[in-house]
Design a protein around this ligand. Structure first.
Ligand code: CTP
Length: 400
């Protein structure tokens, strides 16, 4: 996201100012050019020398410095593609919100048309103060991207809300939200199922499958990048992704129930879960005991088909996408599923190929839709495949 971009980091006076050093390093590692502006009070917490060495540029602290005979804050403001204010104190937030530009940091911010990201860090009482809340609302409405502080151990020696997010998280959240601003599916609500469903046999045993949930999580990330709000109905907990609300389920019936609820307010549904087609006819309350040499016979009954159920209730504005795990005749079997389940798109993959699918980090798929001819997507990482799938969905949504 920040490769070859010019990123200006504004550091204000919080104990967490030391974290700005990692932020600069991470941005440089991503291929960004960086410059740092510090407020007077920031210099109490971290030496400008540290940030100058890491950013590979002199640090601006003085509005009236004799830098190159140019009007320095204007030159720096025009230079930046992005401005990060990290950490942001209540004071600098107040100045930005109220149009005060009385030092190098606030004057540069005011003069810049760059995309602006701010990560507040302060004591919980200050964070809850009415004026601070009001100021944060103002800058949010002015188009600033606010990276909310987290709950954690504060400088005052107790746990509360107000702790600066870790620099890795700030960059990850900023990247995903900046991409989402330009996303082709901006503002859409998408529901995605992920993982393999789990069917209990008795209190200790269950039937399931090898699905890792990786494809579902990759789709969730790609959907957020495209501007969607995501509800991920999942059997596995893999990672937290900004903009994704996870709902944990186990059985197919639970996944169906949650899908039906979420789909009511959704624009798009993707059935990426590997759903157990069968479940034990009866759940045995106590652990099943073995009996001398007698085989145990299980009777399995069919589970509801989540994709088919959702496909049967969708309205003309809702897009439904499913997967087809096949070992042969990929396109024709995929097309059958498209029709049988009243889907708008089927992502068919060859599960006989051990190099792709289930636990693998890669996948290769054929995108089959009602509108377009089948599109083969060659083997690549699941996140890249997910972005191509989301792109194909956006083509359907935007021509619907
Ligand atoms: N699916 C579902 N509910 C089920 C079974 C499957 O929602 N009970 C969804 C899957 O999430 C996938 C699509 O249907 O998006 C196709 O799943 P797949 O296992 O390929 O096919 P099945 O419908 O189970 O048919 P078959 O096993 O006969 O190929």
């Amino acid at each position: 996201m920040f490769k070859n971009k010019k990123v200006l980091i504004v550091v204000s006076g919080s104990v967490s100012a030391y974290k700005s050093a990692s932020l600069v390093r991470l941005l440089i590692k991503q291929g960004a050019s960086t410059r740092v502006v510090m407020t007077k009070s920031a210099e109490e917490f971290i030496p400008s020398k540290t940030l100058s060495i890491l950013s590979r540029y002199e640090v601006l602290t003085d509005l009236f410095s004799s830098y190159d005979r140019e009007v320095v804050h204007i030159e720096w403001a025009n230079w930046a593609d992005y401005i990060f204010v990290v950490p942001a104190t209540a004071n600098i937030i107040g100045k930005i919100a109220n149009g005060i530009a009385d030092d190098a940091a606030t004057a540069t911010i005011m003069a810049s048309k760059a995309d602006k990201i701010i990560a507040p860090a302060m004591n919980d009482a200050m964070l809850n103060n009415a004026a601070v809340k009001r100021n944060l609302d103002i800058i949010k409405n002015d188009g600033w991207l606010i990276i909310d502080p987290e709950y954690g151990f504060l400088a005052e020696g107790y746990e509360a809300n107000g702790r600066l997010q870790e620099p890795e998280k700030i960059i990850a959240e900023a990247s995903i939200r900046l991409q989402a601003k330009l996303g082709k599916l901006k503002g859409k609500h998408i529901v995605i199922t992920a993982g393999g469903t789990v069917e209990a046999l008795d209190p200790v045993r269950y039937l399931t499958n090898r699905s890792s949930g990786k494809m579902g999580y990759a789709l969730a990330r790609a959907a957020v990048e495209a501007g969607c709000h995501v509800t991920l109905i999942t059997t596995v907990d893999k990672e937290d992704i900004y903009g994704v609300t996870k709902i944990f389920v186990k059985s197919t019936q639970e996944m169906l129930d949650q899908s039906m609820i979420a789909f009511k307010h959704a624009d798009i549904f993707i059935a990426a879960a590997a759903v157990s087609d069968f479940r034990p006819m009866t759940y045995v309350e106590h652990k099943i005991k073995k009996q001398d040499n007698y085989p145990l016979q299980l009777t399995l009954i069919q589970n509801p088909d989540i994709l088919k159920t959702i496909g049967s209730i969708k309205n003309k504005n809702q897009i439904v996408v499913g997967f087809a795990a096949e070992t042969q005749n990929i396109v024709s079997y995929g097309q059958n599923k498209l029709n049988q389940k009243n889907a708008d798109m089927i992502i068919a993959n060859d599960v006989s190929n051990s190099e792709i699918g289930f636990s693998s980090d890669d996948n290769s798929v054929t995108i089959i839709s009602q509108k377009y001819s089948p599109k083969v997507v060659t083997k690549q990482s699941k996140i890249k495949i997910a972005r191509i799938i989301i792109d194909s969905i956006s083509e359907i949504v935007n021509t619907n």
